[in-house]
Design a protein around this ligand. Sequence first.
Ligand code: NI
Length: 136
Amino acid sequence: MAKLVRFGVSLDEQLLKRFDKRIQRKRYTNRSEAIRDLIRQELVMEQWQQDGQSVAAAITMVYDHHQRGLVGDLMEIQHDYHDLILSSQHIHLDHNHCLEVIVTKGSPSRLEELHSRLQAQRGVFHVGLSITTANP
Ligand code: NI
């Protein structure tokens, strides 16, 4: 495990109160863990912005499988990005709707491209994109 380093932070009292309330709501046991997560989040966002870096992301997509041609079109798009897709899972949500979870790894700009192409299809209700790091 990496060596732990302590450092002091000066903060506006009101800001700290708001932060403490927030981390209480999120059930953090202490400020250190909450601050660590904020720093990690910031660093992941930085990787996302530097396009040379490879990131991991989960795409969640809900669509109406009765929409004419949609299932085939979604399949075609995923094949166009086969080099990014590590796995996918299909869940039949109800009689009309499907949920697909696509696990990906690759360059941020191509992942965003895949995300928008899926989102633009008629019959697709929502496509979520959850980014995380591929190099922690
Ligand atoms: Ni289905």
